[in-house]
Design a protein around this ligand. Structure first.
Ligand SMILES: *[C@@H]1O[C@H](CO)[C@@H](O)[C@H](O)[C@H]1NC(C)=O
Ligand SMILES: *[C@@H]1O[C@H](CO)[C@@H](O)[C@H](O)[C@H]1NC(C)=O
Ligand SMILES: *[C@@H]1O[C@H](CO)[C@@H](O)[C@H](O)[C@H]1NC(C)=O
Ligand SMILES: *[C@@H]1O[C@H](CO)[C@@H](O)[C@H](O)[C@H]1NC(C)=O
Ligand SMILES: *[C@@H]1O[C@H](CO)[C@@H](O)[C@H](O)[C@H]1NC(C)=O
Ligand SMILES: *[C@@H]1O[C@H](CO)[C@@H](O)[C@H](O)[C@H]1NC(C)=O
Ligand SMILES: *[C@@H]1O[C@H](CO)[C@@H](O)[C@H](O)[C@H]1NC(C)=O
Ligand SMILES: *[C@@H]1O[C@H](CO)[C@@H](O)[C@H](O)[C@H]1NC(C)=O
Ligand SMILES: *[C@@H]1O[C@H](CO)[C@@H](O)[C@H](O)[C@H]1NC(C)=O
Ligand SMILES: *[C@@H]1O[C@H](CO)[C@@H](O)[C@H](O)[C@H]1NC(C)=O
Ligand SMILES: *[C@@H]1O[C@H](CO)[C@@H](O)[C@H](O)[C@H]1NC(C)=O
Ligand SMILES: *[C@@H]1O[C@H](CO)[C@@H](O)[C@H](O)[C@H]1NC(C)=O
Length: 654
């Protein structure tokens, strides 16, 4: 049916192209026909394709949104095989002409990328040339990228051929042996805003605030509501420490509602001075308490959230280099194991498979990162070789014998176009195979493993990789996988994996594993800057406690440019008033008890929200709104399908 529709579109296209031009023999099949396309001017090819895409959506044709989307992909694919360079023009024009999205979104989504901007039309054309529009690929794309189709059923595939059977001993975690721990720092989501400008609009109407191009168009500004703010100093950190600059008069500009203050604002990413302040607070804390970090983990995102138009190649590279340099400056000899986030790439969010043609667009990044991490002494030359070959992912063994496996989560990111090609097959990137090989090797020698990655699997991930990851985690927990760490959401959260499908599986008997999702340093959006460290059992590498630190950012709006005050926020073992043996680690069973409390009581749901946002002025009010109603689903889902099913259940009860 769909295919017939596609054929009729093609025939119309061919007619359009043949007007007054060479006569195309009727017997020719599509590819041969399009071989003639060099005979037509690009403009006429573009016009014919745009006209046909436009006509697909004519109401008289009564074609469902989903069928339109899939057919568009099929038409685009036929063009991408011969003239991939014309795909961005055709789709941008079609998009703008039909007002499928706003003009600027059309440009960002379908135009060719340039060195100065992260438009993704080039990657869209690559994807078209590889994908199967009429199969799972097309349905998945039209669901997640264009919201035109319903979510297709997740294919029932497995990775189980990659591992040996699970033995009885693998169902039990080793017990922490003695009261003997070491410390690990966890930092995440810095998002440096390179063009952060003191005095610029901090309450802007769209995109990134606190930049020279930020504007407030909500209202005419008759008076500055923020006269009580006074921290407008061009301060900085030098090698010797914090330098308070000169006071700037920012109130004379009447087109600005809320002027950006020195250390950051809630609708802006982090100025470099805030990043340095957070790293300084870590170094000072470590010094003052005589507390050493054995190593640190960083769960991704160095680059800011500005519009794709303004997210260029050079600013991406500069952001990556500046943040890692600042981390190295302040952490000194503490080794740090990083992952790359969805922002740490160019164009934004994209990553191509190593074995399929387009990976050289992205190899500059793994080369750059591997060089840098090796230079800083975080990875050995052998380990950095891994990062070069595995999309910046790697495996390291720490001095105490723990294995840390770092993965690049763009492999499962729903905005990555290359993830829509052959999407019903497990592991087109080969990254899960790498993960499983490492886990099998560790299991065989009774070694415990931490997995670090940026994007958690229940949100912003594609359903199939999420399901496969859960399968891997279930197979290797709790014996080998000791902990899993993510960032990305900017919220202090956690997630639990239960064995067995459905909400009725969420019992204490079914608990399998859990992950830690770190809070962020960037205040974007509406959170206080924060970091944490873990106290870790030396024998089993289980986490015994997590200590969270934060700064109440709004205090820096009116303190005459003084440095932020960083304070203890809460510890995970004490934070939910759970009775838990002192000798037991904070494992999935512990988090199951926390989740049950969140489910049963508004008071504990509120505590969870307070921690999630670090007591920011914008923390949702759980008692008087539905803002917190999906928290239980979030913390008790480990895959996209589990989360979606849980949310459907909650909404149907309302
Ligand atoms: C459009 O298609 C739908 C489903 O195929 C059908 O139910 C409906 O009657 C059609 N409407 C018109 C105006 O043809
Ligand atoms: C969007 O683009 C189309 C086609 O280029 C143009 O006709 C239209 O005026 C634009 N709309 C806006 C709001 O700029
Ligand atoms: C998935 O495939 C396995 C093995 O082929 C089969 O045992 C199982 O029943 C299938 N599950 C579903 C939900 O189709
Ligand atoms: C572990 O050691 C700490 C500090 O030395 C002590 O406060 C704590 O009570 C000990 N816990 C156990 C279970 O022995
Ligand atoms: C931002 O502006 C909006 C409307 O212009 C206003 O309602 C809001 O209170 C402002 N927020 C801040 C923090 O100034
Ligand atoms: C702002 O002022 C201008 C000129 O006085 C007026 O035209 C416009 O409607 C006002 N906008 C709002 C949002 O009040
Ligand atoms: C702040 O700006 C003033 C003048 O604009 C300049 O003299 C001073 O050196 C700057 N201070 C810092 C720390 O950048
Ligand atoms: C006032 O702010 C606006 C918006 O940021 C900017 O375009 C303008 O140049 C500023 N005016 C002055 C005098 O600084
Ligand atoms: C914590 O638990 C204890 C007993 O288990 C109870 O007495 C106390 O009220 C609880 N505190 C809070 C804040 O719920
Ligand atoms: C968590 O630790 C407790 C106490 O040691 C243990 O009873 C439980 O089985 C553990 N849970 C998991 C999922 O390993
Ligand atoms: C900052 O926000 C917190 C949390 O809402 C609030 O308790 C505190 O009073 C605020 N501080 C200032 C200086 O506004
Ligand atoms: C929210 O609800 C609580 C308890 O129901 C009530 O005491 C409080 O006044 C409410 N707060 C607001 C801002 O409505």
């Amino acid at each position: 049916m769909l295919f017939r529709l596609f054929l009729s579109v093609l025939l119309a296209l061919l007619k359009g192209l043949s007007l007054g031009s060479p006569v195309i023999p009727e017997t020719h099949v599509l590819s041969e026909v399009l071989d003639y396309s060099h005979m037509y001017a690009d403009d006429s090819v573009v016009k014919s394709f745009v006209d046909e895409l436009v006509s697909l959506s004519h109401s008289s044709r009564n074609i469902s949104k989903c069928d339109q989307c899939v057919t568009r992909l099929a038409v685009g694919k036929s063009l991408s095989l011969l003239r991939p360079d014309l795909v961005p023009r055709v789709f941008t024009q079609w998009c703008q002409q039909t007002q499928y999205m706003s003009n600027s979104s059309c440009v960002a989504t379908f135009s060719r990328n340039t060195v100065k901007s992260s438009y993704t039309g080039t990657n869209f054309a690559d994807m078209l040339s590889l994908m199967d529009p009429f199969g799972y690929d097309g349905q998945l794309y039209c669901c997640y990228k264009e919201s035109a189709c319903a979510k297709p059923k997740t294919p029932n595939v497995t990775l189980s051929h990659l591992w040996p059977a699970k033995q009885a001993k693998h169902f039990i975690a080793p017990e922490p042996a003695a009261n003997d721990t070491f410390n690990v720092l966890h930092i995440s989501d810095f998002h440096i805003e390179l063009d952060y400008t003191v005095g610029a609009e901090a309450n802007c109407s769209s995109s990134m605030c606190c930049t020279p191009h930020s504007r407030n168009t909500f209202a005419n500004i008759t008076s500055h509501p923020r006269k009580d703010w006074n921290s407008f100093y061009n301060s900085t950190y030098t090698d010797d420490g914090f330098v308070k600059g000169s006071l700037m008069d920012v109130f004379k500009n009447d087109s600005i509602w809320a002027p950006a203050t020195t250390f950051g604002n809630y609708k802006c990413d982090a100025p470099e001075i805030l990043i340095n302040s957070s790293l300084d607070s870590i170094a000072n804390f470590s010094f003052e308490n005589n507390l050493d970090f054995e190593f640190a983990i960083f769960t991704g995102d160095l680059v800011d959230h500005d519009e794709l138009t303004l997210t260029g190649y050079e600013m991406t590279v500069e952001s990556e280099e500046v943040v890692f340099r600042d981390i190295k400056n302040k952490l000194g000899d503490v080794p740090m194991y990083p992952v790359m986030g969805n922002h740490d790439t160019f164009p934004y969010g994209e990553l191509g498979q190593e074995n399929h043609g387009f990976s050289n667009y992205f190899s500059w990044n793994s080369e750059l990162m591997a060089d840098l991490w090796e230079d800083y002494g975080w990875l050995t030359p052998k380990e950095s070789q891994y990062a070069r070959k595995h999309y910046t992912g790697f495996s390291v063994e720490t001095k105490l014998g723990l294995k840390v496996i770092s993965l690049n989560s763009n492999v499962w990111y729903k905005k990555n176009h290359y993830a829509y090609w052959n999407a019903s097959q497990p592991d087109t990137f080969g990254q899960f195979e790498f993960l499983v090989e490492e886990l099998v090797a560790s299991e065989a020698k009774d070694q415990r493993v931490w997995i670090i990655a940026h994007i958690p699997f229940s949100g912003d991930a594609l359903p199939l990789p999420a399901k496969l990851f859960a399968e891997v985690v279930e197979r290797f927990s709790p014996y080998t996988i000791a902990n899993i760490f993510f960032g990305h959401t900017h919220l202090d959260q956690f997630e639990i994996l239960y064995s067995g499908p459905g909400n009725d599986a969420k019992t204490i008997e079914n608990v399998v594993a859990s992950s830690w999702i770190s809070q962020a340093v960037t205040p974007w959006v509406n959170n206080n800057p924060s970091w944490r460290y873990y106290s870790v059992d030396k024998e089993t590498f289980s986490v015994m406690n997590a200590y969270n630190y934060y700064t109440q950012l709004n205090e820096t709006f009116s303190n005459n440019g003084a440095e932020p005050v960083w304070e203890f926020e809460y510890s995970s073992r004490e934070g939910y008033n759970i009775t838990w043996p002192e000798t037991a680690p904070l494992n999935a069973t512990y988090w199951h008890l926390v989740a049950s409390r969140i489910n049963e009581s508004v008071e504990f749901n509120q505590i969870y929200e307070n921690y999630a946002t670090r007591f920011s002025p914008y923390v949702p009010d759980c008692a008087n709104s539905t803002d917190c109603s999906l928290n239980y689903c979030y913390v008790t889902s480990f895959t996209v399908d589990q989360y979606d099913d849980c949310v459907t259940g909650v909404k149907s009860k309302r």
